[in-house]
Design a protein around this ligand. Sequence first.
Ligand SMILES: Nc1ncnc2c1ncn2[C@@H]1O[C@H](COP(=O)(O)OP(=O)(O)OP(=O)(O)O)[C@@H](O)[C@H]1O
Ligand SMILES: [Mg+2]
Length: 271
Amino acid sequence: MIRAIFNRKGGVGKSTICCNLAAVAATRGKKTVVIDLDPQSNSSSYLGHDGEDDVVGTAEFFESTIDYSFRDFKPDDYVRKTAFENLFVITASRGLIDLESKLASRHKIYKLKEFVQKLTDIYDEIYIDTPAIMNFYSLSALIACKRCLIPFDCDVFSRDALYELLNNIQEVKEDHNRDLELEGIVINQFSAKARLPGEAVDELIKEQLPILKPYISSSVKIRESHRAEKPMVFMLPRHKVSQEFTDLYRNLNTSESEFLSENNQDVEAVV
Ligand SMILES: Nc1ncnc2c1ncn2[C@@H]1O[C@H](COP(=O)(O)OP(=O)(O)OP(=O)(O)O)[C@@H](O)[C@H]1O
Ligand SMILES: [Mg+2]
């Protein structure tokens, strides 16, 4: 399973959702890796790898496609452990910025897909965090993934941008990646008490956009979890937001047989 989290708008929760869904997968015994493609490295630091200059990560992987100094590296050599069982990360760094134009001009847009395909031999689930811009890296992610999630922060002004984004994704699907499936829009920072977010989401539902459930509530604990470099699911597993991430993960994977049987077990337990 290869899932990218993308929105051209900044600060909508891409890294938060990416790391927490990956964390849920890891707690369920899935060997999971997060690939950080954003030079801000927020997912890398959320998973405990902050400002490490001496490690190889996504920048070095892309560099290896134009400079053969990393030619002996195997895909797993780019992967770092985290403090959490089953959860791994390929960290981002500022080096991505300098490389981007070189990679684009040399048409390296399919290299991430090849790399990710090799990682599927080792990892059950792969999550790709993207920068808040449609650039070489986000396009590479949309080409490499099978499924795409779009976080939406209930801002009425983001609605038009959302349609443009859906268009972009459709275009990538037609031009580069027939397997690409838009899984849906994750409503983030939802506050049931405020009127406007509810109205914004209702509009999207009326327009038949694929809105996923549950919505992720707004909580100050999320910022704390970033500071603690511990996804919510690990920091406060019983918190409402952690439960929402777990339920979202389950809903995204309902077609998988393990969840069908798990649901059956639940039913039996209730009976
Ligand atoms: N549900 C939430 N409740 C409260 N704060 C949140 C929530 N989701 C995200 N945040 C906070 O909002 C900020 C942006 O979140 P995040 O970094 O995940 O967004 P992003 O889309 O990855 O941003 P960027 O575009 O900069 O990469 C972070 O400080 C995070 O702690
Ligand atoms: Mg981010």
